[in-house]
Design a binder for this molecule. Sequence first.
Ligand code: MG
Length: 316
Amino acid sequence: MQEFELIRKYFRPLAGPGAFGLGDDAALLKPPAGCELVVTKDVVVEGVHFRAEEVAANVAKKALRVNLSDLAAKGAQPIGYLLGLMLPRADDAWLSGFTQGLREDQKTYGITLLGGDTVQTLGPLTISLTAIGYVTEGNMLRRNGAQAGDVVMVSGMLGDAAIGLQVLQGKRQTADDAYFVDRYRHPQPRLALGQALRGVASACMDISDGLAQDAGHLATQSGVAIWIDQARLPVHPALRALQNWDAICAGGDDYELLFTVPAEKEKLLTHIAENAKIMLTKIGVVEKGEGVKIIDGDGNLLNLSKCGWQHFGHTN
Ligand SMILES: [Mg+2]
């Protein structure tokens, strides 16, 4: 299949306003008055970020949602995305499933395809996706605003996706396999929460590489220490029973929001959690100093065998 034929058949139907049916050299974007654009990119590679046997629609959704999670972490409202697709071969069934996944998520999140490129590669299937959103001027949430005395919060539950991956790899069986696998396959970008945290959170990021490592990034960017109380971590009962603290604190793929809030604004969070329909848990405090300390029930430092999902080049 020729590139133009492929674009016409699979990608033009996904194009939105300003993309000119993917027939021009570039798209034209105009953020709403008083807003700034927020731009982020994540690249996912077969065999590294998704399993070769994963169905195409799930690959599409994960590539899109990990990017939307970054927009959520910045308090942004998504508009659309650019897609770079490096394909070892133009497989009709795969492309059809992939674009079906994109179409479903475009509807879910109210976004459209703005442009991109498709090339043939000798390497593994690779998807480079750039998501674009907007925030009201000066209101993008940053990682660098946490101050001593702030409370440390997290959305949802931690470690689910790490267990889901282990289930898919045949390393583990639980009574809740379907739940954990879904948490791995289908991250839920916390967009409503991120937007509600504008002007409330002093710092915010999404957890992609595990709580311990990502909290470390937030602490470094803010020039503070983060103390986390292990007993407070929100964990699914089946995972708590496993006592797998590596998965919970360093498993990665959570795509929950980690954020800090000045103590006097903590009371706003009940209402925010209700509106965004997401559980929020206070897991610790910001102190003067540096680094991350996770304290267990006996007051000792938690010793993790690994500290975050390490793979080359992942910066956000
Ligand atoms: Mg991120």
